[in-house]
Design a binder for this molecule. Structure first.
Ligand code: A2P
Length: 344
């Protein structure tokens, strides 16, 4: 059984990663169609050893496509995903457009695979925000054992989370610093080269940012609505890989050794936690990797049943493209999608 897959946003950071991961994991495809804006029509993207010519999303007919992996931003997804879903093609959307819709499951396969069954109402499944995906992969196995009461999350997010333009801005500003050119900021609100910016996405009425709100809302939707979550999200001058310092308060006692043993066995997790120089992971080392890495596991003596952990993952992979393709694999493995009739 093989499937016709469309990738909307195929020329972007995440879209290109989706093409690579589909090929790497040998997803059963009969055809892959690369879609983007009219600006990119006929440009080429790679899929394994093949080259695909990009087509225009605007006038593409999805009536014989089985799954559309959507990574073209929230506005485009708002406009196109319902139409694509209505054509009988299942959309797995990487934007924030549908994540909080009660009729759209928000899925991390290691965390809440059974929630996928609810996708039929709109034929849309949402992929979480990059920071939340890696966070819940690390937290779920601990929550299952000791029940999490409260989380304090501080993120250190790479510029690739802001798309190709974000990466270009870090590169160009870094070069400008060395050759003493003027620094131009377009994508970020302040200079990102050799700096950190405590602001990702728009401000909310309560003074938090939308990125921080997403971590709170999505953790509750996927893990447990009873958990109290507070977050500070910060952009850092790293190209790929998001890091998080997470303070966890549990209902019942759990030691650092127990947490380490649980996470060593947990799906999608890799523990690198030696209490010595270099015995932890940094984002630079996790780029291109599938795992969510956990380091610096230690007890927090200032609260009852408290732990601190350091969580790092490739935001373009587990935070976006990989998780999207794992959702597609879940659909296929559970027989929730079948190849449609196609003209010979
Ligand atoms: P294009 O390259 O044609 O602009 P990133 O987040 O890395 O910047 O990528 C955004 C992706 O979304 C790109 O593939 C981009 O295509 C695509 N995109 C942006 N606007 C549209 C649109 N109006 N219709 C279809 N795809 C779009």
């Amino acid at each position: 059984m093989s499937f016709k897959i469309a990738i909307a946003g195929a020329t972007g950071n995440v879209g290109r990663e989706m093409l690579d991961i589909l090929a790497e994991r040998g997803f059963p495809v009969s055809e892959v169609v690369a879609l983007a804006s009219s600006r990119s029509v006929n440009t080429e993207v790679s899929f394994g050893d093949k080259t695909l010519k990009v087509k225009n999303l605007e006038n593409y007919d999805f009536s014989d496509t089985d799954i559309c992996l959507m990574s073209a931003g929230g506005t485009i997804s708002q406009k196109y995903s319902p139409k694509i879903g209505a054509q009988g093609c299942v959309v797995i959307d990487n934007s924030s457009a549908w994540r909080y819709d009660a009729d759209v499951p928000l899925i991390v396969p290691e965390v809440n695979p059974d929630a996928i069954e609810g996708f039929r109402k709109k034929n849309i499944i949402a992929n979480p925000n990059c920071s939340t995906a890696q966070l819940v992969v690390a937290l779920k196995p601990l929550h299952d054992v000791a029940r999490i009461k409260r989380l304090v999350v501080s993120t250190y997010q790479s510029v690739s989370g802001a798309g190709k333009e974000g990466m270009d801005e870090l590169f160009n500003q870094s070069r400008a610093v060395f050759v003493a050119d003027p620094i131009e900021s377009k994508k970020f609100t302040k200079r990102i080269a050799f700096n950190v910016i405590p602001h990702i996405d728009v401000f909310m009425d309560d003074g938090s940012t939308k990125e921080e709100w997403k971590v709170v809302a999505e953790t509750k939707k996927m893990l447990d609505p009873k958990i109290k979550v507070t977050c500070t999200a910060v952009r850092v001058p790293v190209f790929i890989g998001h890091s998080e310092a997470v303070n966890i308060e549990f209902e019942s006692e759990i030691t650092a050794d127990q947490a380490r043993d649980i996470l060593r066995e947990a799906p999608g997790c890799q523990v690198i936690d030696k209490r010595e120089d270099g015995g932890y992971i940094t984002p630079y080392e996790c780029a291109g990797e599938d795992a969510t890495f956990i380091s610096r596991i230690r007890e927090d003596p200032t609260i009852e049943n408290g732990l601190n952990i350091w969580v790092v993952s490739d935001n373009l992979r587990k935070g976006a493209a990989l998780n999207t393709i794992q959702i597609a694999e879940l659909l296929v493995n559970r027989g929730l999608v079948k190849p449609r009739q196609r003209a010979a």
